[in-house]
Ligand binder design. Structure first.
Ligand SMILES: [Cu+2]
Length: 228
């Protein structure tokens, strides 16, 4: 009787220890998965340290395959390109009183109507210019023997029929019209500190003629911008 009880106690102890081991293994497994997902979600600012004697780099990317709402499907969105991948554009931080090199990669190949013709004009940048690369209409033309490729074009205005999105900071007078499938570069200096709103002023996401929803949502076609 005593022997059977001892064996029973040993079995119970081993059983409890087994549950404990399973919990530890299971928990550490969960922890690993959690840390991986945190890595992909974090960072909305430029990750790499920047040299103060050089222009501050802000690189943005417009991608199209983003699902805002499963019933609407894919919609375009701005991202900040960081040292570790794409980050949220919901709250962009920029230095005041320092030259900023802004590069925007637009992977959207479609145009969208402007909310106001004023957004065809480049404003708030060095010399009122932006430089356009890679756009079919701006950087190439059909010649008699083939396509003529022209280099980067410095422009003060983009034809309303050739705009996919804009990157606009109304309170700071900054506006960059972005042609479809293009790379746009501009230099700017922001001397006013504070928190502002950036937005796209094409009808790409807002209202009944747009795809709705995204235009008004932070980190899609609008967001805040802090200058300090
Ligand atoms: Cu847009």
């Amino acid at each position: 009787m005593m022997r059977n009880t001892s064996i029973l106690i040993v079995i119970v102890i081993l059983f409890i220890a087994g549950i404990g081991m399973g919990y530890v293994v299971g928990f550490s497994g969960q922890k690993t998965v959690a840390s991986v997902s945190v890595t992909t979600v974090t960072s909305n600012a430029t990750a790499t340290a920047q040299n103060n004697s050089q222009p501050y780099d802000l690189t943005l990317m417009i991608t199209t395959n983003n699902n805002y709402n499963s019933t609407i499907g894919a919609q375009p969105a701005y991202y900040v390109v960081t040292g570790t991948g794409l980050g949220s554009s919901g709250n962009i931080s920029l230095p005041a009183h320092r030259l900023i090199k802004l590069v925007i990669f637009c992977y959207d190949n479609g145009t969208a109507p402007l909310l106001n013709p004023q957004y065809t004009n480049v404003s708030g940048t060095q010399n009122g210019l932006e430089t356009i690369d890679n756009n079919d209409n701006v950087n190439s033309s059909q010649g008699t023997t083939g396509i003529n490729i022209v280099g980067p074009q410095n422009v003060t205005n983009v034809n309303a029929s050739n705009i996919a999105h804009t990157f606009t900071i109304p309170e700071l007078g900054v506006n960059l019209p972005i042609p479809p499938s293009s790379t746009v570069t501009a230099y700017l200096m922001l001397n006013e500190t504070g928190t502002f709103t950036w937005a796209c002023f094409t009808g790409c996401g807002y209202g009944p003629t747009g795809q709705m929803g995204a235009m008004d949502t932070d980190a899609w076609m609008t967001g805040s911008l802090t200058v300090s």
